[in-house]
Design a protein around this ligand. Structure first.
Ligand SMILES: Cc1cc2nc3c(=O)[nH]c(=O)nc-3n(C[C@H](O)[C@H](O)[C@H](O)COP(=O)(O)OP(=O)(O)OC[C@H]3O[C@@H](n4cnc5c(N)ncnc54)[C@H](O)[C@@H]3O)c2cc1C
Length: 475
């Protein structure tokens, strides 16, 4: 029997496993998909929010502000791409200026440092491409962007290095009480654990209902995006938001850590909790709203559109609590935005709950809390030459758009959590992330995956389980 089972390996499950792997307890992470960060963590705005948005006194407010600090520290320690660029929330009318003032007050109550109201003239100085119609802005210097899937992968890899077990393609389908804990039914057999953390994202209510009386509902809300080519990457240098409305934080235009520009999201109703299809109407709305913020934006430079699903709870706050009637079963649910930012703080809160429930935690003598990734493009010419001499695979460029070498892909395939799909390689190495979106390197990446996994190429998915890109010819 494990001490703790974590259901779901999005950023919240990975952060919890990483935090627990510091202690002398056995941890198993059960993830239904073929990779970590397969749910909301994969498709979002990637903003490390400052923390002025959540209502004071909520869990969201406290964990957002604490999570902001922790996220920046983790990005440094785990070598995760990030930009501490700050954010600007724009107002287009006197009423919206009053909203900015209200958010500034909220932020100060929440403990957000450095918030400032910015005049139209100063805004134009800071971000010359923003709309002339903007009357003022709220500047939050502690906000920025960070790569959500690389942070998740880094935390999961360290957790595995510290002894946690990760089981991919292992959906939890039922839960029973047993003496001393829980028995989880999975598609790959039974798993027993003394305590359970439910970090199943948009499916967290379904997982909760497997063992406890229904206590909350998750309302899936879709957000659609355009990702623009690097030619648009310097249109803004900070995260530029609309004023929030009752429908959410509003559309943003932001630089990415890879040098692209992201615009979105809107607010839409998916048909199912996993319905990440984009729609023409949704993308039109995103385009309209983005042009209101930054009129000069060239949306012809789009290289990809995508959608993510927010796991909003009917309670309108994070649900971080022991499930009533199920001692030792803890929900980390309703983790909508600012969930990425708050994840490391949610993990701290989860550890505190486990301790309060009687779990004894003793620090391990050795803990891996740092990681470094080799990025060929970041090396000096001398370092590149030395590396190619010692390992010729680094001399073969597979992804021409992003200059990703075969050596980097082989290193990812050799890592503690190797990719099982073409997009898994993309998230780990950047191959396929550029202008051609894998049109050129996709076949070679598929071949390398096929060799490493020992399965035919037609068994290699593009991304999630079953998303095959090739069809086997009969005979
Ligand atoms: C459009 C959009 C924009 C956002 N923008 C931001 C932002 O800018 N900043 C910010 O801080 N936050 C943002 N968020 C919120 C953030 O993305 C989420 O809060 C965060 O990713 C939630 O992480 P999670 O681990 O709880 O859920 P997920 O990432 O969804 O992970 C849950 C995991 O559980 C797995 N799972 C589900 N059911 C089972 C089962 N039965 N058995 C095993 N595994 C299971 C899933 O496969 C999945 O991998 C945004 C979200 C969206 C959708």
């Amino acid at each position: 029997m494990y001490d703790i089972a974590v259901v779901g390996c999005g950023i919240v499950g990975a952060a919890a496993a990483f935090a627990l792997s510091r202690y002398d307890v056995s941890v198993v992470v059960l993830e239904k998909e073929n990779d970590v960060a397969a749910g909301a963590t994969k498709a979002n705005s990637a903003v490390v929010h400052a923390g002025y948005d959540p209502k004071p006194g909520t869990l969201m407010a406290r964990l957002n502000v604490r999570g902001n600090q922790l996220t920046w520290d983790l990005c440094e320690a785990l070598d995760v791409p990030h930009l501490r660029c700050g954010s600007l929330m724009l107002a287009f009318s006197d009423q919206e200026v009053a909203v900015l003032e209200e958010y500034k007050g909220r932020g100060e109550t929440n403990g957000v440092p450095g918030l400032e109201m910015i005049s139209r003239a100063r805004l134009r100085g800071m971000e010359p491409e923003t709309s002339m119609d903007a009357a003022a802005a709220l500047y939050a210097p502690t906000a920025g962007v960070a790569c959500p899937w690389e942070l998740t992968l880094a935390m999961a890899e360290c957790a595995v290095g510290n002894g946690a077990e990760l089981r991919l393609e292992t959906a939890v389908t039922g839960i029973d009480r047993i003496p001393g804990g829980y028995r989880l039914l999975t598609e790959n057999g039974l798993v027993e654990a003394g305590r359970v953390l439910n970090a199943a994202g948009v499916h967290s209510a379904a997982v909760h209902d497997m063992i406890a009386a229904p206590a909350f509902r998750i309302v899936p809300v879709r957000g659609e995006y355009y990702l623009l080519d690097k030619s648009e990457g310097s249109r803004v240098s900070r995260v530029v938001f609309h004023c929030p409305t009752s429908r959410g934080k509003g559309t943003l235009v932001a630089p990415t850590f890879h040098g692209n520009l992201i615009v979105g999201p809107n607010v839409g109703q998916p048909r199912t909790p996993d319905d990440t299809a984009t729609t023409a109407e949704g993308l039109d709305e995103v385009a309209r709203e983005a042009r209101r913020l930054v009129p000069s934006i060239d949306l012809r430079a789009v290289i990809r559109s995508f959608a993510g699903i927010r796991a909003a709870a009917d309670a309108d706050d994070f649900i971080i609590a022991e499930a009533p009637g199920a001692p030792g079963f803890f929900d980390l649910a309703g983790i909508k935005s600012p969930g990425l930012t708050a994840a490391p703080a949610i993990a701290e809160a989860a550890v505190e709950m486990l301790v309060r429930s009687g779990l004894a935690l003793k620090q391990k003598p050795r803990f891996i809390g740092e990681r470094k990734r080799l990025r060929f493009t970041e090396l000096t010419p001398r370092e590149k030459a030395d590396l190619v001499r010692s390992e010729p695979a680094f001399g073969r460029v597979v992804c021409r758009c992003e200059t990703v070498t075969e050596g980097e892909i082989m290193a990812a395939l050799d890592a503690p959590i190797p990719p099982r799909s073409v997009d898994g390689v993309k998230r780990r190495t950047g191959a396929g992330m550029g202008r051609c979106q894998g049109g050129f390197c996709g076949p070679r990446v598929t071949e390398l995956l096929s060799e490493a996994m020992g399965v035919p190429a037609w068994r290699i998915p593009q991304d999630l389980r079953g998303s095959y890109q090739l069809i086997r010819r009969n005979g």
